[in-house]
Design a protein around this ligand. Structure first.
Ligand code: ATP
Length: 274
């Protein structure tokens, strides 16, 4: 069956500086990546190599951005997939896709002359959710294939595979995935605090004309509880309000309306999923 994957051509040029807030997550991820780079030393000291990094936290907090930045930081090829791509009606197809993903990563990195490839799997809980009695065999085969691939990752192979997974529901993950030698580095990616929100707003305001009297700090205070993705929407919606009013610059009123709109949008989303 045809495999759909979105190759992210721009991933290699995405850096940690373009991610707002998330200072602790960035620092922990960089530490883990630095550890990965010291392969030779690690092998000599007999340290168990790091196999996988798990990013967990609410939707829209920048987990995908962190994985892309990790690829840039380590000068790796980047491949992304989502857990839901591996769920198939037919037994064995999901497992085959996992195998292909790892194979493709190695081939792509080798072709590009890179020493490593970052494989990012979003929604890992779809593949690696907790087993309960009657669950389908297909899920097990897919998870088993992922575990086999992880066991096959070696510190001194070339190109080296850096596996990063993300989940919004870490508590749902099967313990087989969280065991030492599997996803043994966990990084929490939480909703941004006020300073983080201001940083994110500034990043997304960068390509927009903002009126001189707008205090983004005030907008950061008013957007308590917003994720990075929601803050990006706020800036975008504000620009649309400005356009509607034929204004050349985004004013504070546009931003306030945008905050309300994004907040309302969330509410209706939640109500419709009830
Ligand atoms: P999900 O769990 O839904 O997959 P995620 O945590 O992977 O979400 P991203 O896909 O990384 O979230 O973020 C979505 C979009 O939100 C980004 O493309 C970006 O525009 C914006 N965004 C999120 N977090 C940040 C951040 N920390 N700094 C700047 N922009 C951000």
């Amino acid at each position: 069956p045809g495999q759909q994957r979105r190759p992210s051509a721009k991933a290699e040029s995405f850096s940690f500086e373009q991610i707002g807030g998330q200072e602790r997550a960035k620092q922990e991820l960089i530490e883990a990546l630095d550890f990965l780079v010291k392969q030779e030393q690690i092998a000599k000291l007999g340290i168990r190599p790091l196999k996988g990094i798990l990013l967990s936290g609410p939707p829209g907090t920048g987990k995908t951005l962190l994985a892309k930045a990790a690829a840039h930081y380590t000068d790796s090829t980047y491949l992304a997939a989502s857990g839901s791509e591996f769920v198939e009606m037919y037994v064995g197809v999901g497992a085959g896709r996992i195998r292909d993903l790892f194979k493709e990563a190695r081939t792509k990195a080798a072709k590009a002359g890179k020493n490593s490839a970052v494989i990012f799997i979003d929604e890992i809980e779809v593949i690696g959710g907790k087993r309960d009695g009657g669950q389908q065999r297909e899920y097990d085969q897919t998870l088993n294939q992922l575990l086999t691939e992880m066991d096959g990752i070696h510190a001194n192979e070339a190109p080296r595979i850096l596996l990063i997974a993300a989940t919004n529901r870490k508590e749902m993950l099967d313990s087989a995935l969280l065991r030492p030698g599997r996803f043994d580095r966990h990084i929490g990616v939480d909703l941004p605090d006020k300073k983080g929100r201001l940083h994110i707003l500034n990043i997304h305001a960068n390509n927009k004309p903002i009126a001189d009297n707008v205090e983004l700090e005030k907008i950061a205070s008013e957007s308590f509880g917003f994720s990075g993705a929601q803050l990006e929407s706020v800036m975008n919606e504000a620009a649309i309000y400005a356009l509607r009013e034929n204004e050349e610059r985004i004013a504070e009123s546009h931003l306030s309306m945008a905050i309300d709109k994004v907040m309302m949008g969330e509410k209706t989303d939640r109500e419709s999923t009830r």
